[in-house]
Design a protein around this ligand. Structure first.
Ligand SMILES: [Zn+2]
Ligand SMILES: [Zn+2]
Length: 240
């Protein structure tokens, strides 16, 4: 075979891999969207149920600049040993000036700590979220974004890329409970990085087939996705 032809085959495979990622995203979005909303509502409901009756049920007054976490001790900045978050430098409590507990009976402060508890690595991403909408976001997405590993613009599962949807499943302990085995989700996330960071935009035939099979594995998770309509459609596209 001419080397030019071979190169164009390798590029065509790379395009197949990227297209596969798009289908993976389509297959995951309904499941993740639904579970995120369910988990956000459960978390909020658990907090509200401990408050005296007649208390406010939500808050929109707390921001990344004024909210103190529930675990934060107002006399000392959070640091390793006193902070609930693994990377204590990233905790709101590590920069204590100007902070107060949530005025709505502490809902957002408690919500903050609940997000750390729900995070599989106790290390939420706060730079990507707006606490003012934790209670009200119609898709629960300001909550979901705490479980991503990188900053992204999405406002729902629909406009969030496959890598971030996979990260939300991997990092959110409540969502993970719906999944049979998280290892296929890790594999798919690594593959996504390999495809998008491939500097020559080339993949050989065997590798691209193994990538597409790995995406199908995720979408056929026997506990959560095998009967999901969006996921079934995406699997058909991947098989084609
Ligand atoms: Zn802290
Ligand atoms: Zn609040």
């Amino acid at each position: 075979m001419e080397s030019e032809e071979l190169d164009s085959d390798l590029f065509a495979n790379w395009v197949r891999g990227s297209k596969g990622l798009e289908y993976l995203q389509e297959g995951l979005q309904e499941f993740v969207g639904e579970k995120v909303l369910q988990c956000r509502d459960n978390t909020l409901q658990k907090i509200i149920s401990t408050l005296p009756s007649g208390s406010a049920q939500h808050c929109n007054q707390c921001t990344e600049n004024n909210l103190s976490p529930e675990h934060f001790n107002s006399t000392k900045a959070c640091k390793k040993g006193t902070c609930s978050q693994k990377t204590s430098n990233n905790c709101f409590g590590s920069k204590p000036v100007g902070r107060r507990k949530c005025p709505a009976k502490g809902i957002c402060s408690k919500f903050y700590d609940a997000i750390i508890d729900e995070h599989a690595f106790k290390d939420p991403l706060w730079k990507n979220t707006d606490p003012r909408t934790w209670c009200s976001d119609p898709h629960g997405w300001s909550y979901a974004k705490c479980f991503q590993t990188t900053i992204g613009p999405g406002t729902s599962a629909k406009d969030t890329d496959a890598a971030s949807l996979l990260s939300i499943i991997i990092s959110n302990k409540s969502i993970q409970n719906f999944v049979a085995s998280s290892s296929s989700f890790y594999t798919a996330r690594n593959i996504r990085n390999e495809i998008l960071h491939s500097s020559k935009l080339e993949i050989d035939e065997t590798t691209v087939c193994s990538y597409l099979d790995a995406f199908i594995d995720v979408l056929q998770d026997p506990n959560c996705l095998i009967n999901d309509e969006a996921s079934k459609k995406a699997v058909q596209k991947l098989k084609r």
